[in-house]
Design a protein around this ligand. Structure first.
Ligand SMILES: [Zn+2]
Length: 149
């Protein structure tokens, strides 16, 4: 299965984000061909943009690459459970499958909190697979926040 290597690519983006002083979250989007067409890490500080989460940046880049506002048959890998904003964006983008690593009890919006995909107002629900590469993703976040305390 290739999902491990795609999550590894997302983890690389998370590590790069940490090196930039950003919260270490990374995401990649995989086209139906199996090719990674977008990869991004958080850039909220660099861009002075509270919406510049890895998932949003990856979706924007993938849509630009495809030339469409939706990404049906595309899969998104992200190292951390998406927040409600990103979960909504994933629904708008019509992402086919969402793979995420660590659960996020503080800000997650998929398996807890807002549970965006559980509402009838959510018009597209991806298949969700959690816990992929959860441990290295969580460790990266722990190290990042421990260093800041
Ligand atoms: Zn988010």
């Amino acid at each position: 299965m290739s999902f491990r290597s795609h999550m590894e690519a997302a983890l690389q983006e998370a590590r790069a984000a940490a090196a930039r002083g950003e919260v270490p979250v990374g995401a990649v989007i995989v086209a139906p061909s199996g090719a990674v067409i977008a990869r991004a890490g958080n850039r909220t500080r660099e861009l002075n943009d509270p919406t510049a989460h890895a998932e949003v940046l990856a979706i924007r880049a993938a849509c630009a690459a495809v030339g469409a506002e939706r990404l049906p048959e595309h899969d998104l890998y992200v190292t951390l459970e998406p927040c409600p904003m990103c979960a909504a964006a994933i629904g708008f983008a019509r992402i086919r499958r969402l793979y995420y690593g660590a659960a996020d009890p503080k800000s997650g919006g998929v398996a807890q909190g807002a549970r965006v995909f559980a509402h009838p107002q959510c018009h597209h629900v991806p298949e969700v697979y959690d816990g992929i590469g959860a441990e290295p993703s969580a460790a990266l976040l722990r190290e990042f926040f421990a260093a800041r305390r």
